[in-house]
Design a protein around this ligand. Sequence first.
Ligand SMILES: NC(=O)c1ccc[n+]([C@@H]2O[C@H](COP(=O)([O-])OP(=O)(O)OC[C@H]3O[C@@H](n4cnc5c(N)ncnc54)[C@H](O)[C@@H]3O)[C@@H](O)[C@H]2O)c1
Length: 509
Amino acid sequence: MNKFKYITSTTGNYNLLKQYAKDNRNTATEAESVLWNRIRARQLGVKFRRQHPISDYIADFVCLQLHLVIEVDGAYHYHGDVPENDAKRTEYLNQLGYSLVRFTNEEVIADIDNVILKLNQIIKDMNTTKQTSSSTGWSEPLQPDGQSTSPSGRRGRGMKIAVLAGDGIGPEIMEQGVAVMTAVCEKFGHSVSYKEALCGAHAIDEVGDPFPEETFQTCMEADAVLFASVGDPKFDNNPNAKVRPEQGLLAMRKKLGLFANIRPVETFDCLIHKSPLKDELVRGADFICIRELTGGMYFGEKKEGTDVAYDTNYYTRYEVERILRVAYQYAMQRRKHLTVVDKANVLASSRLWRAVAQEMAPEYPEVVTDYMYVDNAAMRMIQEPTFFDVMVTENTFGDILTDEGSCITGSMGLLPSASTGEHTPVFEPIHGSWPQAKGLNIANPLAQILSVAMLFEYFNLKEEGALIRQAVNASLDQNVRTPEIQVEGGARYGTREVGQWIVDYIKKA
Ligand SMILES: NC(=O)c1ccc[n+]([C@@H]2O[C@H](COP(=O)([O-])OP(=O)(O)OC[C@H]3O[C@@H](n4cnc5c(N)ncnc54)[C@H](O)[C@@H]3O)[C@@H](O)[C@H]2O)c1
């Protein structure tokens, strides 16, 4: 059977996808992703992403970076205000700033390679136009020497990385993160260019805004944002400050539509003694907390009076479904166990979460989905952290549980995170700007370096991520460690020395 027989529209033709799934003893989501991965595998050098309002309601594939919508037989089943008439739809998308390219089912089924060839050309042309029209300031791309040096012989891809170093120890750890990223790109034959942008206290001092418009534009032009940390005591200690560095973080999340916060909770064998939990409980704990980041109580309607105050835990089906999809995708890549954390015995919003999860679970038959009340989850994380694989929850519960998760492994300074959503994804350490350590060359750069590993993994560049993790583990095993985790009598390594050791390891690997 032709592998692509039923791969058509990911919105309108969902029933056909399900049929494909059934025929192939597969899941609809895997079926959906066949064409998707196939296109991505062609290393187009731009990102395609689902889970964007436009891709959910209009199109099959949306290339956000280029504002390009790709339809396959998309002539029916549109939602909301989207016109069904082809010409009107083109006009509608143009008004939103998107271009549209169409393929028919027949074209895709008959010759997927030709479709990809055509897409390649369109994207190349758009990229050329974009490069000449976009703002400057990007570093000269690091060009591989033309031969793929990837150990597996894969072709390299192009990446634009926005570098937001922020305040305190941010610039020092970022320097090491970028050095590691560059070393990995050289090794695997990827072309990478960077552009630094202001954020946090530094940005307030320079332009009066912790997330200036220019920084936002740089993030939008990029494939990914590498972020360090923001915060400065002069704002922390001034209750009257009208603008604060942390507002930059919130603005970034909002403007980039970062609705999914992903925090791995990982143990490092040589640091287990630092965990507040007993060795036998925490050893082997390895799970991911996924927190919904842009909805719920923090953003719902509020009232603050002297006698009455309330916050509204508002969620829509759309918001719940899109974060659950992210969680299922992570679960599919891991041990296929998803725990949906809620308070469905009390909260209406939690019952919506649970109902949507129960509807979606059959789409992922390989994943074991279980449901846990948040109070129970908080206990279970302490009593049996190895139980979890992927945990997903709403904003407020996630805020608390992710912090609990990050401290049980005893290695807070080593934990990276990712925030993904409608636009460019952001990769950052979970810790803050540790202003007291600024300029002392003592900050641990590993959380920043592991954020780079997450960045590669996000783009499905798993070997790259794995090499960084291998280098980090080797540095820890060989006691190449910054002071806060160094063993007694161990040699002294600073931020720069640890970073350089990892770069050298990657080059030699
Ligand atoms: N995402 C962010 O940018 C973010 C997150 C948290 C706090 N902050 C800001 O950072 C500033 C300092 O906040 P804080 O002191 O509460 O938190 P912090 O994470 O900066 O520091 C807390 C402690 O963690 C340890 N630590 C942090 N980073 C480390 C590293 N790389 N290596 C080794 N040890 C490390 C240090 O012991 C430090 O005293 C504040 O202005 C705060 O608002 C920013």
